[in-house]
Design a protein around this ligand. Structure first.
Ligand code: SF4
Length: 472
């Protein structure tokens, strides 16, 4: 397990919370709850990579409060749920799991349960938890992660339940990070989004764009590399509009990180096509440490739907960007997010999406059936598409993309690829899995001791969803 990363830059709001951590750790110590007897925490995470990164901060705070990591919620005395709001299904799942935690609280009333993330950043959902889930001690929104220690301290002291909704969106530097993986690391570079795509809840749950300073990010990258990170992903809702001040854009930031000594790779996500700059493409073409994978979500292949989605580009501008990218980085792996069944999507609009799949020939897509999110403009648009129509379109699109993925994957056959061994394969624990300079998982036989190391793998088989090979 990677060690806890403690930042050198600590904002005042965070130092106050670190004092609360010390107070809590002191309470545990006074009660003899240290070492093997230390109380345990469990963080349940839903949603995107940003949430996974936030959960590593929650875990860092829990460790600072004197808790040890539990392997199941039943073992824990502090349970934190980090929720997602991007689709209705994710919210329902989170509420169902929180419902299941009632029996843990019934068995041990001293257990503290807190709920954070995008779902509870919507007042209606925080209110629902307040009214219908009396065993939840507190909620905290996405801007209030650093306040969890005060909330826990209040709960431990028997204070009233708290339901936090921040009115200011700022960056709170200095929250300790308890990393899940030693060799792979998330590195948040910015928060929030200014784009207001008409279907998306993120601008309402994560606030306006704010970028961390380049110095703080480079410092954190240095610590991650020193701690053994070999695959670092720069994270943000729209990393292309990163603005570290003094003209430091995402390209310059990546050049600075690539200049750090060490054998590591750099990825970034997510990108917005309107902001994917020539400078970023050039950085990918020239920096060896940047992985040749560009996730550039098109969402739809219909200009009419893109306008309704408020995406601020059309298909020809998008295809122009793809052409530039392929020219600069010929073997680049391109992936995309696609929404099927957006309100008003006609058969002709959908054919446009199939057309863009055929033109771009993505390595992989992340596709979704449109899910209305209340509070977003698209949710109240007329002409919502019946589920059976969306599902049928979705299936047609997947069939086409699977064929393209098959063909794209075949280009790797016979190649030798430098792979970071990430873990054992989920489908076959006798095999190892990792990724090369692209997005496809690669499976191969090998010893567990290789996890976290780079190895050379010759690709011997390509399927729709993965590659297979042997170490040479
Ligand atoms: S760019 Fe659009 S889809 Fe992405 S987070 Fe911002 S509003 Fe949502």
């Amino acid at each position: 397990m990677a060690k806890i990363i403690e930042s050198k830059v600590i904002d005042t709001s965070v130092s106050t919370e670190l004092e609360a951590c010390e107070n809590i750790a002191h309470i545990h110590e006074k009660n003899g709850r240290i070492g093997e007897n230390a109380p345990k925490f469990f963080v349940q995470t839903f949603g995107c990579q940003q949430n996974e990164a936030d959960s590593e901060r929650l875990a860092g705070l829990c460790c600072a409060m004197g808790y040890e990591k539990a392997s199941s919620p039943e073992e824990a005395e502090l349970i934190l749920v980090n929720t997602c709001a991007v689709r209705e299904h994710a919210e329902k799942k989170a509420l169902s799991i929180i419902g299941q935690y009632k029996h843990i609280k019934d068995k041990n009333p001293a257990v503290v349960i807190g709920v954070g993330g995008c779902m509870v950043t919507q007042k209606s959902r925080a209110d629902k938890l307040k009214m219908s889930y009396p065993y939840v001690s507190f909620t905290f929104d996405t801007a209030a992660i650093h306040t969890v220690p005060s909330l826990v301290l209040n709960a431990l002291r028997g204070g009233s339940r708290k339901f936090i909704l921040s009115d200011e969106w700022k960056i709170n530097e200095g929250v300790p990070i308890h990393r899940e993986s030693k060799h792979m690391a998330w590195l948040s570079i910015m928060y929030g989004c200014n784009n207001f795509c008409s279907y998306c809840i993120v601008p309402y749950t994560r606030g306006r764009e704010r970028s961390r300073s380049a110095d703080s990010i480079v410092e954190e990258a240095k610590m991650l590399i020193a701690d053994g990170a070999k695959d670092i992903t720069l994270l943000g809702q729209n990393v292309n509009s990163y603005n570290g001040g003094d003209g430091v854009d995402i390209a310059e930031l990546m050049h600075r990180i690539c200049a750090l000594p060490g054998d590591f790779r750099l990825r970034f996500m997510t990108s917005h096509p309107k902001d994917a700059s020539d400078r970023l493409i050039e950085a990918m073409a020239t920096e060896e440490k940047i992985v040749r994978h560009f996730h550039l979500p098109v969402q739809s292949g219909s200009d009419r739907i893109l306008k309704l989605m408020n995406r601020k580009y059309d298909t020809s501008a998008y295809l122009e960007k793809i052409a530039k990218l392929r020219e600069a980085v010929p073997d680049v792996s391109i992936t995309s997010d696609i929404i099927v069944g957006f309100p008003g999507e006609t058969e002709e609009d959908f054919e446009g999406t199939l057309d863009i799949l055929s033109k771009v020939r993505y390595d992989m897509i992340f596709s979704f059936i449109y899910s209305p999110r209340s509070g977003t403009p698209a949710a109240s648009m007329e002409d919502q598409i019946p589920h059976e129509v969306s599902t049928a379109r979705f299936e047609r699109m997947l069939a086409l993309q699977n064929k393209i993925s098959d063909e794209r994957n075949e280009r790797f056959l016979g190649r030798t690829v430098r792979v970071l061994v990430e873990d054992t394969s989920k489908s076959n624990s006798g095999m190892l899995t990792g990724r090369g300079d692209a997005v496809r998982p690669i499976h191969f036989a090998g010893d567990r001791s290789m996890i976290g190391e780079f190895v050379n793998v010759k690709i011997t088989r390509a399927t729709t969803f993965c590659l297979e090979g042997e170490i040479i």
